[in-house]
Design a protein around this ligand. Structure first.
Ligand code: ADP
Ligand code: ASP
Ligand code: MG
Length: 408
């Protein structure tokens, strides 16, 4: 088999951990498999580098940010290859450029366009374990380094698995797999033996950072079999795979939370055609991704309040832009709230079961949690609440939907 193994930040946090990774990799190779390893930067390293840049400038240039950020993964991929060699196995480290990972030119959140990987394939055929720096690529012309967005090594691993036609993509992290909710918040959370791509995609995009959203999207599109497991033990992990009949029986499979959003409200805009279009076009043109939108029209039907959420990193930019547009539209004012959290329940079983949303609202109400916004899709319900109730809400919903007990 050809196996891709990705090790996240905590799994390569120090020299001891890197040696442990090397041992696991060599063990896999000795079992007769070809192994391509993808590594993240040491835990905390990417944050440290971002922090440095912000000490120098409040708006550092993204091209330079990418150049700097890619260095974290370069260090760990070289070190891991050296550690593997030390154990007596041939290993070769590759940067994104050397691996031929071609992306578009959107710095700090580039999309992978193709992976050439000829040299790496040759090395694999010659019996090398290859170790690739995650999270990075280069632009088509080859002149600029790009990074793939936070948590992007997951995407590197899945894309490399697809390009190499690997039999399996293992994502090694600091928890035993994908749980019904973040096990660091709810100790009763239960590990799922398998989860559908679709549910995993919702959970990831709703805040469960165990897998980066785009890596799940990619895995789903190209049907890459992904297993999430721990680099700290040999417990079986969670298989992310195509939906099957069993999965539908479970109404709610997981609870996710996201504290990285902000809510902006434009108050008293005239209630006439074209207003929302104008507001959201301006925001979209600035490359800001709007998540939830709620509009309330006053009882006299003359004015409306429009609330929406954006990633908290974009709050300042959005607020400035919105204030400008609001003035043009003749709105009464703009309000902003950052201490919010989005709490979501996810499950493919929701397609066939009714009353799930109302159960969620009742549970939150029973615990005195006010709901500011609601959005739903076929397989999820999300509520915006006050950030201070986030952990409580996750716990009571996890409990209410019986997630600790169910068989997964
Ligand atoms: P890595 O550095 O290995 O990429 P991350 O920190 O990105 O690891 O992701 C692992 C973390 O994801 C866990 O430590 C856990 O706190 C968090 N997490 C959030 N939701 C879930 C979930 N449903 N199942 C498992 N882990 C989750
Ligand atoms: N080092 C990068 C980050 O911290 C990428 C990753 O860990 O996947 O976001
Ligand atoms: Mg991660």
């Amino acid at each position: 088999m050809l196996i891709v193994q990705k090790y996240g930040g905590t799994s390569v946090a120090n020299v001891e951990r890197i040696k442990a990774v090397a041992e696991r990799v060599v063990k896999t190779a000795k079992e007769g498999h070809k192994v391509a390893v993808v590594v993240s930067a040491m835990a905390g390293e990417t944050d440290k580098l971002i922090n440095l840049a912000h000490q120098v400038s409040s708006a550092p240039r993204e091209r330079e940010m990418d150049l700097m950020l890619s260095s974290g993964e370069r260090v760990t991929c070289a070190l891991t290859a050296i550690a593997i060699e030390e154990l007596g196995h041939k290993a070769m480290a590759f940067t994104g450029r050397q691996m031929g990972i071609i992306t578009d030119d959107v710095h700090t959140r580039a999309k992978i366009e193709k992976i050439a990987g000829e040299r790496a394939k040759k090395a694999l055929d010659e019996g090398y374990i290859i170790v690739v720096a995650g999270f990075q690529g280069i632009t088509e012309s080859g002149s600029d380094v790009t990074t793939l967005g936070r948590g992007g090594s997951d995407l590197s691993a899945v894309a490399i698995a697809s390009a190499l036609n690997a039999d399996l993509c293992e994502i090694y992290t600091d928890v035993d797999g994908v749980y019904t909710t973040d096990p660091n918040i709810v100790p009763e959370a239960r590990k799922l033996s398998k989860i559908s791509y679709e549910e995993m995609l919702e959970l990831a995009s709703l805040g469960a950072k165990v897998l980066q959203t785009r890596s799940v999207e990619f895995a789903m599109k190209y049907e890459v079999p992904v297993v999430v497991r721990s680099s700290f033990n040999d417990n079986p992990g969670t298989l992310v795979t195509k939906e099957d009949k069993d999965m539908e029986k479970v109404v709610v499979s997981g609870v996710a939370y996201d504290k990285n959003q902000a809510k902006i409200t434009v108050m008293g805009v005239p209630d006439k055609p074209g207003i929302a279009a104008k507001l959201f076009k301006g925001i979209a043109d600035a490359g800001i991704v709007v998540d939830m939108i709620v509009q309330n029209v006053s009882s006299d039907g003359k004015a409306a309040d429009i609330s929406f959420t954006v990633p908290r990193t974009d709050t300042k930019k959005t607020l400035k832009l919105t204030e400008g547009i609001a003035k043009e539209l003749g709105a009464k004012g703009v309000d902003m709230k950052e201490d919010i959290a989005k709490i979501s329940i996810v499950g493919v079983g929701m397609r066939t079961h009714s009353g799930v949303a109302s159960q969620m609202f009742e549970t939150l109400a029973k615990h005195g949690v006010n709901i500011m916004m609601i959005s739903t899709s076929e397989i999820k319900v999300s509520c915006i609440i006050d950030a201070k109730y986030a952990e409580l809400a996750v716990r009571v919903l996890h409990d209410m939907f019986g997630l600790a007990e169910k068989k997964g």
